[in-house]
Design a protein around this ligand. Structure first.
Ligand SMILES: Cc1cc2nc3c(=O)[nH]c(=O)nc-3n(C[C@H](O)[C@H](O)[C@H](O)COP(=O)(O)O)c2cc1C
Length: 147
């Protein structure tokens, strides 16, 4: 297994973004698995060369509680050979837009090989398509899954 997308979503915005990214991975002919966080066997983390984490933001720029175990697990694994990326949706009405993406980014940068981040306003729109393609391509380039 090469790449995995692990995400959380309550109202569907982040799920839509995760599914869009999944389609792009498939268009690039990359073997990819997609999981909701509740379905992700955390023991499989190290089986992937590249992991994209998707999250909405809660509270005052916080990581949703269902993502905290994943956050701590990746932090303690400390695997610089695993390429990661983080994406999310948020609402710029809030002062800390996509704050959970920033919190994941800071941890992933220290403990993994962080490739790229992507923030989207609520439901992904047409203008987010090229940004999503760039996200996947930078991730694959960093992971050297495709040249
Ligand atoms: C109580 C509450 C707090 C939120 N706090 C933030 C926030 O601090 N920053 C932000 O960018 N979005 C915030 N949001 C907006 C959600 O992150 C946004 O609607 C997101 O797209 C939801 O993703 P989902 O559809 O995948 O569940 C908040 C939403 C709610 C209901």
């Amino acid at each position: 297994m090469k790449a995995a997308i692990v995400y959380t979503s309550i109202t569907g915005n982040t799920r839509e973004l995760a599914e869009n990214l999944y389609q792009i991975f498939l268009e690039r002919s990359v073997e990819t698995a997609i999981f909701r966080i509740e379905e992700f066997p955390i023991s499989l983390l190290t089986q992937y060369q590249a992991i994209a984490i998707g999250t909405y933001t809660w509270g005052n720029g916080e990581i949703p509680k269902e993502m905290l175990q994943l956050y701590k697990e990746v932090q303690s694994l400390n695997r610089k050979d695993i390429t990661t990326a983080v994406f999310g949706t948020g609402d710029s009405f809030f002062p800390n837009f996509c704050g959970a993406v920033d919190l994941f980014r800071d941890m992933l940068y220290v403990h993994t090989n962080l490739a790229v981040t992507l923030k989207v306003e609520l439901l992904p729109q047409t203008q987010d398509a090229p940004r999503s393609q760039k996200f996947v391509d930078l991730m694959l380039k960093r992971a050297r899954i495709r040249n």
